[in-house]
Design a protein. Structure first.
Lengths: 211, 406
């Protein structure tokens, strides 16, 4: 019989982001510092250690010491994430605006595909934006119909672990902790490259109000 | 009881119920569309001080007091008015307590009872006001200011609620229980109202308010976080528009890789054996040989389909007996057809030595005749023999049946 510790290790070693949406039990297990230490010890054997992001809302597994082989893997990973950044951000903004809540997606937010589709279909600007997003290499859709574009985007996001689909019979998706991780990445890039993104957004809002 | 007041109160309430649709429309839309209702009704509602016209060229509106009443009774979420004039109420309480004590001192018991009733009413109003205000704040927190959509407006609503909490806390500081207990003196009723009732209301609402305050701060933090995230997203989009070739520095190439980008590759990967590879055939078959069925605890918990034991039971013989009777009746019909003669049911019965009950036999013959399809029934004719009941007319007792061909 596999123990809870074994299950958590399995999750971490298969490259999952452990958060409450993906596996609540595993997440709760990792919240106790004693358990974390146990898992850490086991991971150290494999040159890995436990990391967390988004204020401890997400746990994942990192390398303990980085040699050439590890660096290569990290480089490809980084290329992936930096090429995914723009399509994902455009998608996040689209969902946020189309759902009309003005609240960015975060772990546990439910997205009803049907509702989103209705709004996007009724608004040509959103439909155009969706078409643009679906043609990014990340999604690589060649379809012209909105329905298949949307389905493909959601399918791909589930594959990449940004969303989960709790019930296979229903078109309801739930955002995972990886979305929060993405925000952390964005924040990090903003800070280290001195992009001052927030100020830029504010400026554009005040300028448009002047016009 | 003032008879006039009573009468006009009842007529006011009647007017409210008679024109409830108009009033609710005014509550939701803010004003009354005068063209839809007759001027008489409108005028009577104005006279009853239900509606009023704030300015000569403005539409009629509901009186604020009525609006408050509806908002509170309906627990309307958009109701965000908080009435916190506690100082005023406390001053009234002090005055009335003085009246009551004076009346007692002069032994005017009737008067004192009236003052006490008034005082009780006021104390309960005060506790009710406190409870309502706290409930209002909580209801707004629990749906996260759902009545406004944008995060900015939620932040403003949150700030409004915080200032209201501060106001209420300031008002609560006006409770001086030492003064109140001095005022109550040794009088039991006064002590109960002014000290015990008020103190418990005070304690509950002070406690609740501090909870409300911390919750509001937490919510504010969350809203700010949302705003920060949205700004980050929009800022990045703008940045990419200005510099489409922007690529972040490859952090994984740095000597100190930031923790965020240090993500280990998966060790456990999905795998499948290649059954077509001849070289691995031996290993694969030995693996298959060594496979054991492992009992996992969750599998044992699952309900296995259990086959029901097969039980062989003897068919009950009831239907067989019925069939005997039916067969006999059928034979009887056949004999009538074969012989072409009218035959009495009982004659047939004795001739063939049937061992059913006579009554059952006759009943079955009758039933079989009635049960025949119309097309077959018309070949037979049936004659009922019997006698009318001796006492009760209209009852006919069948004693025998004669069946023949038509």
């Amino acid at each position: 019989m596999i123990t809870e510790q074994g299950r958590v290790l399995e999750l971490l070693l298969s490259g999952q982001f452990v958060c409450t949406t993906i596996d609540e039990d595993a997440f709760r297990y990792l919240q106790s510092s004693a358990n974390r230490e146990l898992v850490e010890q086991q991971l150290n054997v494999l040159n890995r250690h436990l990391s967390s992001a988004a204020d401890g809302e997400v746990y994942f597994c990192s390398y303990q010491s980085i040699g050439d082989a590890e660096r290569k893997i990290l480089a490809t990973q980084f290329n992936d994430i930096s090429s995914h950044l723009l399509p994902l951000i455009e998608w996040l903004l689209l969902v946020q605006e189309a759902m009309g809540t003005d609240i960015p997606l975060t772990q546990g937010t439910l997205i009803r595909l049907q509702e989103l589709q209705t709004v996007v279909e009724d608004t040509p600007a959103y439909a155009e934006q969706l078409g643009k997003i679906s043609r990014y290499a990340m999604f690589g859709s060649k379809a012209n119909e909105l329905d298949s574009q949307l389905k493909l985007i959601f399918k791909r996001l589930v594959e990449l672990g940004y969303l989960v689909r709790p019930n296979m019979d229903k078109q309801i998706y739930c955002a995972t902790g990886k979305i929060d991780y993405l925000f952390d990445v964005l924040k990090f890039i903003d800070e280290t490259e001195n992009l001052s993104l927030a100020e830029r957004a504010d400026d554009s809002i005040s300028q448009s109000s002047l016009i | 009881m003032n008879i006039n007041l009573n009468k006009s109160g009842i007529s006011l309430l009647n007017a409210l119920s008679n024109h409830s649709e108009l009033i609710m429309q005014a509550y939701f839309s803010g004003s009354v569309n005068e063209s839809e209702y007759s001027p008489n009704i409108i005028q009577s509602l104005i006279d009853l001080k239900v509606l009023w016209r704030p300015d000569s060229d403005v539409q009629l509106r509901l009186r604020p007091s009525l609006r408050t009443l509806l908002g509170e009774s309906l627990q309307d979420e958009s109701n965000r008015q908080i009435d916190a004039n506690i100082g005023n109420l406390l001053a009234t309480l002090t005055t009335q307590a003085e009246h009551y004590k004076e009346a007692l001192a002069h032994q005017k018991y009737h008067e004192s009872q009236a003052y006490l009733a008034d005082l009780t009413e006021h104390v309960y109003t005060l506790t009710e006001t406190l409870a309502t205000n706290v409930r209002l704040l909580w209801s707004r927190i629990s749906n996260e200011f759902g009545y406004v959509s944008s995060v900015d407006s939620k932040i403003r609503e949150n700030e409004l609620a915080q200032s209201q909490v501060t106001d209420m806390l300031n008002q609560l500081s006006m409770f001086h229980f030492d003064v109140l207990s001095q005022l109550a003196g040794s009088n039991r009723e006064l002590r109960h109202l002014l000290v015990i009732t008020l103190q418990s209301a005070f304690a509950t609402s002070a406690q609740e308010l501090s909870l409300v305050q911390s919750k509001l701060l937490e919510l504010l933090g969350r809203f700010r976080e949302f705003k920060g995230r949205t700004r980050l997203l929009k800022g990045f989009m703008l940045h990419m528009e200005q510099k489409p070739d922007f690529i972040p520095v490859n952090y994984s190439a740095q000597t100190q890789v930031p923790n965020l980008f240090n993500r280990a590759d998966r060790i456990i990967k999905g795998a499948a054996p290649d059954v077509h590879n001849m070289e691995q055939e031996f290993e694969l078959t030995s693996l298959v040989d060594n496979l054991r069925s492992v009992n996992r605890w969750w599998q044992t918990n699952a309900n296995r389909a259990v086959a029901n034991p097969l039980v062989i039971e003897e068919e009950s013989s009831v239907s067989l007996e019925e069939d005997l009777l039916k067969d006999a009746v059928e034979n009887y019909f056949c004999e009538v057809i074969d012989s072409g003669k009218n035959t009495r049911a009982l004659d047939y019965y004795t001739k063939h030595n049937l061992d059913f009950d006579q009554e059952v036999w006759i009943y079955q013959v009758l039933g079989a005749f009635q049960g025949l399809p119309d097309s077959e029934r018309q070949y037979f004719d049936i004659d009922l023999e019997g006698i009318p009941h001796q006492t009760y007319t209209g009852n006919f007792i069948i004693q025998d049946i004669e069946l023949g061909l038509r």
